[in-house]
Design a protein around this ligand. Structure first.
Ligand SMILES: Cc1cc2nc3c(=O)[nH]c(=O)nc-3n(C[C@H](O)[C@H](O)[C@H](O)COP(=O)(O)OP(=O)(O)OC[C@H]3O[C@@H](n4cnc5c(N)ncnc54)[C@H](O)[C@@H]3O)c2cc1C
Length: 465
């Protein structure tokens, strides 16, 4: 995994725009580059592209879309989305990139719909920090459906996609101009492909324990639920080239992964009035602050686990998400008719759990302030039958990465641009600021889809200059 000297090398295969990674960012970048007149080639390490995109729930925030208007949501605007991103990240993300993505998100959604990606808006459920229901997704809320549609579009456009092609080295000139990529095949044989511009769409470093220990030691302890092939290659090459890396300690966690099943519950289990208790039957946080920051809070409980408790009303909403259905099919969700029955499942003192329920009910009625600062008054108190699941905190994806400008061009440490290097999605710095609390739900795919489209357009423009 290194930078090799190009030294006037001639490549047996040559393309104008080369894309590393066939997730949402890479496929969209390739489609956009081709549409803008460039010859494109994608290399993907897996035999069958999956990436975190296929593992995800496929929900992409955007504001002011035709889909929203057609569904009767008339007051969502890019301004609101921009403010939501900034508020969640406490203003500590790149404001110019956040503004650009908030403005472009509706164009990207409409562009995807034109390319037969089956998107609809999710109006019956609102994530923490979303001032309007910004999410757009396939009806299944399954990233695999989104990804399959993107791969089908790549195929329709006859964009070459080499699978089982692990990009292991980049060829660069002394000035940082990328001349080509070396890919290694599963049998160890290598092939070199030359390019006029390179787009890094190979996500972050969640799959590398070594990099997690170096950049986010606390996240290295969490179960990684993203794609294991995301080994931080973009960051490794970037470091060697002298690129600027930003927010390397930042990550998105998920505070309700059903365990030991390893699949996450939908967050309506919390937003609709549900809450988390530890093995003593006691709450320990404001669960509604966000699912990302809840991951470490759950992990820090005795036994590194907790119990999610919600009811059938929340469950009806949660069940629209494919991973939630999977958790139920795997037997991760127990039904309980009473608080005593929940206490037996949790193995805690029934009186302690009854006290927790009484405290939450008082907070719902507005009679008592929640000790963790959660506002319970907007949703009704949970009613039996209850749903209960044992949960752990998970690392979903890393949020640090290569610093890019508004054309998705990678910056050097001194702020100058590399001549022909682009990055997007999980390979680039995210929108979340420096830690785990800054992740606005959906920022992962919002970065991947918008940065991918913008990188593809800008790379095509560059190679045609
Ligand atoms: C369980 C789960 C649920 C999620 N739900 C959501 C959601 O609902 N909304 C949201 O916004 N985000 C969600 N996310 C996050 C989202 O999936 C990611 O942010 C997004 O998919 C990143 O897209 P990407 O194209 O950058 O990376 P990926 O989709 O991971 O694609 C990267 C590709 O690069 C390939 N690759 C890596 N290194 C190399 C190399 N050296 N050579 C060749 N190929 C390489 C990988 O094999 C992979 O196919 C979720 C994530 C998970 C794990």
């Amino acid at each position: 995994m290194s930078i090799l000297k190009a030294e006037g090398r001639k490549f047996p295969t040559q393309t104008q725009v080369l894309v590393i990674g066939a997730g949402a960012c890479g496929t969209i970048a390739a489609l956009a580059a081709k549409e803008h007149g460039a010859e494109v080639f994608i290399v993907e390490r897996d035999a069958k592209p999956s990436g975190s995109t296929s593992l995800s729930s496929g929900q992409i925030p955007a504001a002011g879309t035709k889909l929203q208007r057609a569904a009767g949501l008339l007051d969502d605007t890019p301004d609101l989305l921009y403010k939501d991103i900034l508020a969640k990240a406490h203003g500590e993300c790149d404001h110019a990139i956040a503004r650009l993505i908030a403005d472009e998100a509706k164009n990207t959604i409409e562009w995807l719909v034109e390319r037969q990606v089956p998107l609809t808006c999710v109006l019956n459920f609102q994530y923490p920090g979303h001032s309007r229901p910004h999410m757009h997704a396939a009806k299944s809320l399954d990233g695999a459906e989104l990804h399959a549609a993107l791969l089908a579009a790549v195929e329709r456009e006859e964009i070459p996609l080499a699978t089982s092609a692990h990009a292991t080295d980049l060829y660069a000139d002394a000035d940082g101009r990328i001349r080509g990529v070396r890919v290694t095949r599963p049998d160890g044989k290598t092939e070199d492909i030359g390019c006029d511009a390179l787009i890094l769409a190979c996500n972050g470093y969640g799959g590398s324990k070594e990099m997690l220990k170096r950049f986010i030691p606390e996240a290295a302890e969490l179960f990684y639920e993203g794609h294991v092939g995301n080994q931080g290659d973009a960051v490794r090459w970037g470091e060697e080239l002298g690129a600027s890396l930003k927010d390397m300690g930042s990550f998105q966690g998920h505070g309700a992964m059903a365990t030991p099943h390893g699949v996450h519950l939908n967050w309506a289990t919390v937003t609709e009035g549900g809450f988390h208790v530890n093995v003593h039957g006691k709450r320990f946080s404001n669960e509604n602050a966000g699912y990302s920051e809840q991951a470490l809070k759950v992990h820090r409980q005795p036994g590194s686990i907790a119990w999610a408790i919600w009811d059938e009303r929340g469950d009806a909403i949660a069940t629209q998400q494919a991973s939630h259905v999977e958790a139920k099919q795997a037997g991760a969700v127990k039904r309980c008719d009473s608080v005593d029955a929940i206490a037996r499942v949790v193995g805690c003192d029934a009186k302690a759990l009854a006290q927790t329920f009484a405290d939450v009910a008082a907070a719902v009625r507005g009679e008592k302030k929640d000790e963790f600062g959660r506002d319970f008054t907007r949703k009704p108190m949970l009613k039996p039958p209850y749903c209960v699941s044992k949960i752990a905190g998970a690392l979903t994806h890393t949020q640090g990465g290569l610093e890019v400008n508004t054309e998705m061009r990678v910056l050097r440490k001194d702020g100058k641009l590399f001549p022909n290097l682009f990055a997007g999605g999980g390979a680039a710095r995210g929108l979340s600021g420096p830690s785990d609390w800054g992740y606005l739900s959906g920022s992962g795919l919002m970065s991947a889809t918008n940065m991918g489209r913008l990188a593809g357009i800008a790379a095509a423009k560059l190679v045609k200059e």
